[in-house]
Design a protein around this ligand. Sequence first.
Ligand code: NAD
Length: 347
Amino acid sequence: MTTTITLTGAGGQIGYALLFRIAAGDLLGPDEKVRLRLLEIPQGLGAAEGAALELQDGAFGLLEHVEVTDDPAVGFDGCDLALLVGARPRGPGMERGDLLAANAGIFGPQGAAIAAHAADGVRVTVVGNPANTNALIAAASAGDVPAERFSALTRLDENRARAQLSETLAVPVDTVRRVPIWGNHSATQFPDVSHATVGGRPAAEALEAIVGDVPTWLDQTFIPRVAKRGAEIIRVRGSSSVASAANATIEHVRDWVRGTEEWTSAGVVSHGEYGVPEGLISSFPVRSVDGEWQIVEGLEVSDRARAHRRVGRRARRGARRGAIPRDALKGHRAGSEQGRMDAGGAR
Ligand SMILES: NC(=O)c1ccc[n+]([C@@H]2O[C@H](COP(=O)([O-])OP(=O)(O)OC[C@H]3O[C@@H](n4cnc5c(N)ncnc54)[C@H](O)[C@@H]3O)[C@@H](O)[C@H]2O)c1
């Protein structure tokens, strides 16, 4: 079998980090051949073509073909997996409305091109920020492709949360499970430790033994550290998160395709679960079963999570300039609410 993978923003930083891992089999395993389509804008074509030359020099046995293009019709032709990484960053002095309008101009046409040219079972992962809103715009523009085939990356935030817990508890990170992200990949996200387990046991007791006052630690240390980790990386490294974002993208897509036993987090379309308005794309605890994300239902939502959601709602009400341009959603009723949900700003 050969899987056709389309990567937008292939000439950018995350694109560069993703391509070689995909070609090496990290995404789909050592037996699955891949065909890569690198979609860029004209200014990014040189960097994407350079990456394609390096892919050739990598002599990857799994890589059947690489095509570089700035034409979405060619880029999404026969695409099984679309990784939408290229996005318009927020420039100096740019208002949120301008950012959303610029990204609507990217993700609307890409959604339409996916509907017209991609394979029937296409799965679309949106990484470019604001990821949840961009996923909604693409889904709303994608005609008959079900909205469930679009998801937004919040796995990086989950990984950051699990890593912080692992460091605090001095336990291996792979023993820390069930730390879902609710909401957005933005400052109003909520990393939720209330269901966390360490080695299969509830993390709460271990946390109390180490940090003492758990609620204060959550509010003053853990949640701000996770939510502001992107800014911390920029301060220390002098550049935004790249390899960790690429790694989270690989894990998100691999889990979606291959399935999960344990929970993870992804921005997926709401059918009203946990009171999130129907049609919004929001991060939930999810499992992947038979190639489809399923929201983990029936969880008790802690008072802290509820309080956080109230703060998020206040922020959304205050964000008067956050609505997605109406024509980008063709009357999609969740549109303006989604635009306000990303009020915390993309990182
Ligand atoms: N969801 C997450 O967890 C997460 C984490 C980190 C970064 N991000 C986001 O990922 C995106 C990419 O980050 P990066 O560091 O690679 O940025 P980058 O600026 O290095 O690369 C972006 C690339 O996208 C290309 N591009 C722009 N518009 C395009 C279009 N219409 N079609 C195809 N390509 C297009 C640009 O030419 C550029 O090469 C950013 O929006 C960033 O905020 C998301």
